[in-house]
Every structure is written in structure tokens, then in C-alpha cells.
Design a protein around this ligand. Structure first.
Ligand code: SF4
Length: 413
């Protein structure tokens, strides 16, 4: 297939595809799916080998957010029966982080719900980073605390944070449909603040909110423009009690096409399968590893993932290996470029990606569904939509997190 040969060649040269090529990936047929995965897999192996980076989420503060992100189970007015608690103590967070690190994670993502941190919150997170790094010097710490004010990124950097996550989530054109309490420009500003402070920037998207293919391509090209070190790809978890509870728009095949499109547009950055992996990729998760080089281990912010051991078994069974603490995630040229620019890039490894404090990985939920464009095959014929019909609600697949941080029960790692 000429399209895939072209995209593979461009990915191996770190050359950006055209928008039309990115859209064509999303419009491929099921008959072409394994070829799409194989092509994206070649690009993935060129820059990341067969390594899989494991990241571990610690939800420092859960629920009761004043913002109204429609996808989020922690939003203002959410009826989702999630855990709700205020800031974990540093030693509680360090204990949760230690479980993830013992399970094989090399990065801990510290997430807090809310519009953004106060200066006092930055102090709390600084104490938490110290508690984690005192016990595990080599660990990478990514903070995800929402919109940053001036100098907060610098303070996090000084406290030992390696990265900051803040997702764009969707296209600029549809952002106002999913959130009204802050803007797309606010989010871009925070990613730039993090980058400017020398933190490794992590920013990604949520698919499945009713967006069009054009919206997906828009946000992925915007992420490429931001030049984040990592791009978490979340698949909407339609939580009961959130506005998007009925938005079951994804199939495993659709998820793989989206991952492949992200890999082709961002060939040499960490592409992470984030929230919704188990819910939407289901038995196709191992194919996702051929495209993405990073996942979360264990549970998400407000929902449960599959058992940590199942993640490890899946990686081994698929012929991949867990990336060690001493291995560098990003390709050498990105590390060199970051060092030259005075950015952290990624100390011993790649970058973050979480959600929550302002991204997914735990609960998401409504926006006025944008009309999806009808997929068209390479020969110009209409093909069957690969989105699941909205009436196939699979709320049985969503399990609210009841263990780990904020509970008396051991974490899943
Ligand atoms: S994504 Fe972040 S800011 Fe938005 S509602 Fe959820 S916790 Fe609040």
C-alpha cells in the first residue's frame, strides 16, 4: 500500500506526514489494519526498539474539582461514585509510588484534581517528590496539577520534578464543547510554561468524545507543534454520572488506527496508551504495543486497570521488554536537542503522560458530539464506520477504583 510505504519512510526519517496522509490512516479498512499496525511498528522499533516504558499513577487528590471538563469523573457536578479525598500526605504518596516502582514502573505521575495548584500545593508536591526520591533516587517524577501560574513550573523543577503533564485533549475548534471553565489556550500556555522551565513536557489527547477525524488530526498536529516528549493517548472512559456517559464510540480497530496515526505524526516521541486501554482495546491490547512504547501499570486515577501482573505478562507474551531504570527512553537526537536547549527532556528515560489533574486516565465523560466524517477507503468508496454505535453501552467494562491511594487497600501494581 503506497500510503503505508510513504508513512513508514517518513517516520524513519522523522519527517512529518501531510494532514491528508494522517486522515487516510484513520480511514483505512479492517482488511488493511494489520498492515497499518506493521507499518507503525517499524517506526516504533526504529526509535524505541522493543522496550515498553511503565508509568505509575498516584492520585494525590481525588474528585471535587470546580472545573467542568465533560469527560472527567472528577468534574464539577459529577455523579460518578469515585473516591473523593483531599491531598495525600507525602509518606502516603511515597508508599503508593513504591508499589508501582516495585512492579516495574520507572516513572511516577503525581496527579491532583483541580483547576491548578496554589503555591501551598506546590510546597506539598515538593515534599512528596522529596519523599519519593529519598527512597528511589532514580525514579522519574511527573507532576500533573492543572493550569500553572507564573514560576510554579520553575518551583516544581527545583523540587526535583522531571516532567509536567497537561493534555490538550481535543482540537482547538471543539475545545469549548467539552470544557467551559478554561480554554484551549490556557492549556497550551501551561505546556509551554512547563517546557520553558526545563521540565520534560507531556501532553496528549482523548479520543472517543464524538470528535471527527479532522479534530483528531488537528490535535495531534498541535501536539507535534508543542514538541512534547511524550504523547499520552487516552480513550474516553464513559463514566456513569458524567455528561459523556453514553459516548461509546470506539472499537479496538479504531483505537489502533488512532495510535498509528499518532505514531506517524510523532514518530520519535514517547507514545503512551493511557486511560481506556483495557476498556476499548480489550483483547487487542498487545497489538497496541507494536505502535506505542509506553503504558500505565495497574490502575488509573479513578478507574481500575487490569492487574499489574497481567500488564507484565502481556508485554512478555507479545515479545516486548520492560524498559529498565537505567535505559534512556527517547532517541539520542531528542536527548541531545533537549540538553542543548537546557530542557530536562527525560533524565534516564522518556516523558510522562497521565491525566487527571487535567487529563484523563481515570474518568472522563460529554461534549456535543461532533459529527464524525464518513470514512472513505483509498479507492474512494464509502466504508463501514468503525465506530461502535452509541447504543452499545459497555458500562460493565468500567470499574471505579476502590483500592490503592486514598484507601486502606493495597495498590494494584
Ligand atoms: S480534567 Fe482536571 S480540571 Fe478538568 S474536571 Fe477533571 S480534574 Fe478538574
Amino acid at each position: 500500500m503506497d500510503l503505508l510505504d510513504t508513512l513508514t519512510a517518513k517516520g524513519l526519517r522523522r519527517e512529518i506526514p501531510t494532514r491528508e496522509e494522517a486522515l487516510a490512516v484513520l480511514a483505512t479498512t479492517d482488511d488493511e489494519l494489520l498492515d497499518v499496525v506493521a507499518a507503525a511498528g517499524r517506526v516504533r522499533r526504529q526509535w524505541f526498539g522493543r522496550r515498553v516504558k511503565l508509568n505509575y499513577l498516584v492520585n494525590l487528590k481525588s474528585g471535587l474539582c470546580p472545573e467542568d471538563c465533560s469527560y472527567c469523573s472528577q468534574r464539577l457536578g459529577s455523579k460518578a461514585e469515585i473516591l473523593k479525598y483531599t491531598w495525600l500526605k507525602p509518606e502516603q504518596a511515597a508508599e503508593a509510588a513504591a508499589a508501582g516502582l516495585a512492579g516495574g514502573a520507572k516513572r511516577v505521575c503525581l496527579v491532583a484534581s483541580g483547576r491548578g495548584p496554589t503555591d501551598r500545593d506546590i510546597d506539598r508536591v515538593a515534599d512528596t517528590i522529596a519523599a519519593i526520591k529519598d527512597a528511589n533516587e532514580a525514579v522519574e517524577v511527573c507532576a500533573c496539577l492543572g493550569l500553572l501560574s507564573d514560576n510554579q513550573a520553575e518551583r516544581l523543577k527545583a523540587a526535583g520534578a522531571d516532567a509536567y503533564n497537561h493534555n490538550l485533549n481535543t482540537s482547538e475548534g471543539t475545545y469549548g464543547d467539552i470544557t467551559t471553565t478554561h480554554t484551549y489556550a490556557d492549556r497550551v500556555d501551561t505546556v509551554n510554561k512547563a517546557h520553558g522551565a526545563g521540565l520534560s513536557a507531556c501532553s496528549g489527547l482523548i479520543a472517543g468524545m464524538g470528535e471527527s477525524d479532522e479534530d483528531l488530526v488537528d490535535v495531534v498536529f498541535a501536539l507535534r507543534e508543542l514538541d512534547s516528549d511524550s504523547v499520552p493517548v487516552n480513550f474516553l472512559i464513559p463514566f456513569e454520572g458524567t455528561p459523556l456517559a453514553k459516548e461509546w464510540n470506539l472499537t479496538p480497530q479504531r483505537c489502533l488506527r488512532i495510535l498509528a496515526m499518532v505514531r506517524f505524526v510523532c514518530p520519535d516521541v514517547e507514545v503512551r496508551i493511557a486511560g481506556g486501554r483495557e476498556v476499548h482495546l480489550r483483547s487487542m491490547q498487545p497489538l497496541g504495543l507494536h505502535i506505542a512504547n509506553s503504558i500505565f501499570l495497574g490502575d488509573y486515577l479513578t478507574s481500575e486497570g487490569q492487574a499489574g501482573q497481567a500488564d507484565l505478562d502481556m508485554i512478555a507474551d507479545a515479545g516486548f521488554e520492560v524498559e529498565g531504570a537505567g535505559q534512556v527512553t527517547l532517541p539520542r537526537h531528542r536527548v541531545d536537542a533537549a540538553e542543548a536547549a537546557g530542557h530536562a527532556c527525560a533524565p534516564a528515560g522518556g516523558a510522562c503522560g497521565s491525566g487527571g489533574g487535567c487529563g484523563p486516565c481515570g474518568g472522563h465523560g460529554e461534549a456535543a458530539p461532533a459529527a464524525g466524517s464518513a470514512p472513505v477507503a483509498a479507492d474512494g468508496q464509502d466504508i463501514a464506520p468503525d465506530s461502535a454505535p452509541n447504543d452499545e453501552l459497555r458500562s460493565d467494562l468500567v470499574r471505579v477504583r476502590r483500592r490503592g491511594a486514598g484507601t486502606e487497600l493495597a495498590p494494584n501494581a
